[in-house]
Design a protein around this ligand. Structure first.
Ligand code: NI
Length: 175
């Protein structure tokens, strides 16, 4: 089921999400939430979505970049990844600034500094433990989604708002 994405101004986006009880992961209700998040992300051409964006204050996020992505055509493909209770264990000192958008901030793009590489721990959709290193755009998406679970949006991370652009102007002036 395609869910309604909350837009900034809705207090859910400023809510710190609660950890998911591992026993909950295999319940039909939680599986449905994950499936709906995946469907919603794909429907709106997102590259990631956090549960808070669909009005559920639980620490879960999904991400995927497949094919030539309509909103991020230059992004490398990233297979579907489900992250439950994700934690960023380490961040590289190297910071990279690049464009981000968000389904909760529709129609806008801005340049956001993020750690180039991160070490991540999470549970997968079966409750299995994941620990991995992510870099570049993959690391960017995870940092963006983990921020959502803390009640933050990318606008909070921008160090200079001058790059903030509507999509049409972004496409026109940043080919
Ligand atoms: Ni977002």
């Amino acid at each position: 089921m395609i869910l309604k994405a909350a837009r900034i101004g809705h207090p859910i986006l400023r809510t710190k999400a609660s950890p998911v009880d591992p026993a909950e992961i295999k319940t039909a209700e939680f599986r449905r939430l994950l499936d709906d998040m995946i469907e919603t992300m794909r429907e709106y051409d997102g590259v990631g979505i956090a549960a808070t964006q669909v009005h559920v204050a639980k620490r879960a996020a999904v991400l995927e970049v497949s094919g030539e992505h309509p909103r991020y055509p230059d992004a490398p493909n990233i297979p579907l990844q489900i992250l439950i209770n994700p934690e960023i264990l380490e961040c590289s000192n190297a910071i990279e600034e690049d464009w981000e958008g968000c389904l909760s901030v529709p129609g806008l793009r801005g340049r956001v500094p993020r750690a180039k590489e991160i070490r991540v721990r999470a549970l997968d959709e079966n409750g299995g433990e994941l620990e991995f290193t992510a870099a570049d755009f993959h690391a960017r998406i995870i940092q963006h989604e983990c921020d959502h679970l803390e009640g933050l949006v990318y606008l909070d991370r921008m160090t200079d708002l001058k790059s903030l652009s509507f999509l049409e102007e972004f496409r026109r002036f940043n080919p």
